[in-house]
Design a protein around this ligand. Sequence first.
Ligand code: GDP
Ligand code: IMO
Ligand code: MG
Length: 432
Amino acid sequence: MANVAVVGTQWGDEGKGKVVDLYAKSADVIARFQGGNNAGHTLVVKGEQTVLHLIPSGILHDNKICVIGNGVVVNPKVLLEEIDSLKNRGLLPPNTKLYVSERAHVIMPYHWKLDVARESHGLGKKIGTTGRGIGPAYEDKIARVGIRMCDLLDDHIFRDKVIRNVQEKNFYLTRLFQEDPLDAEAIYNEYKTYAERLRPYVTDTSMVINDQIKRGKRILFEGAQGCHLDIDHGTFPYVTSSNTVSGNASCGTGVGPSAVGEVIGICKAYTTRVGEGPFVTELTCAIGDSIRDVGHEYGATTGRKRRCGWLDIVLVRQSLRLSGITGIALTKLDVLTGLEKVKICVGYRTPQEEFTESVPANHRLLEQCEPVYEEMEGWKENIGKARRIEDLPRNTRLYIERLEKLAGAKLVLVSVGAGRDETIIIRNPFGD
Ligand code: GDP
Ligand code: IMO
Ligand code: MG
């Protein structure tokens, strides 16, 4: 099966955008299947950087079909801004089509208002969300009151839903959070203009993708966030509100699970996390600061400082299991250059002095776990120009060989810089 899903194996920002852009050359359709504009996927092509929040990372290639699937939550304003910005920069190729699922749910102003109010009023646990309304939008989907793209395009349904929903959300906003109420009429008018502009893009994207599959075309499914931000399998409650594991590539686009063939897990050579939540290998010392500086570890969406730490194989191995990963794309290996020693966490020591190789579900227990490290020699040589494994210094090769052994999976590529071509390709999952 020549279809490929790309997912993050850590807590997001592993470099999924770069890898999807790279693989998009071999694909016909590139489809996002979950998340929303909490994602920030960075592409660097010929030295020019593009950050995408909603549009699939295949958009810079000509002659592709880019799909925002039913599992995505769409902020129409952000999507239009993203389309306009690409157009203005001359980056929307003429023969590439963009489609949005008519079943995708819409992020409304009350969603981000509630998201921000909850995080700032100290009523519940602070998650450190991106404040983009992702959680509240998915809540409305599950509660069966959400507004889908097809509802947004139907004046009658849309008006009715906006009035009802604003009435309910204003109750929480004003009574619980002492915020100003929202004006349903103003929202209706604003969103009607978005609806008209987005109408040409909205369609049954499951039909589009399945039709392409029937024609023997290749699909690239683009995950957002990472395995440990998954609503079921992540470090709950410090997670996002969707399934980020590869299984959702099927549900979130409307294809059967057998259509998803290879699953590539993107793994950064160290670990980062944005927002709250347990992080066993976090480095709150000079080494962590240095990794942040060298790796430019600041959020592509919110600009927040990313917390940095050593590579945690416990997290990666769990992702391999949960997503059925068939190959690892190792990114940002260049960032570790210059460190005297490099460490890999191979297991956790629990408060009961037990050794575990899996992530405890209980977050209080996870917070108390101590990392058990293997230490290796670092390397000083610049690896940015390496294009074959043999070009890497000996210590770098020893590091990645050990990583493969500990993870129990083979690498398919090693990324040594942000640019599309700053990559060592070991195996192309599309078979090219
Ligand atoms: P995503 O959310 O998984 O797509 O990742 P982000 O785009 O949020 O963050 C990854 C950052 O690392 C971006 O700024 C990329 O341009 C950059 N990047 C990706 N791969 C590499 C690499 O191999 N080396 C370096 N130095 N930067 C990289
Ligand atoms: P990409 O696709 C890193 C984190 C937030 C917060 C938690 C919940 O670029 O890898 P949310 O706004 O989703 O309700 O926030 O999830 N988070 C991400 N962290 N990369 C992302 O996306 C993220 N999307 C959400 O920081 O901790
Ligand atoms: Mg990101």
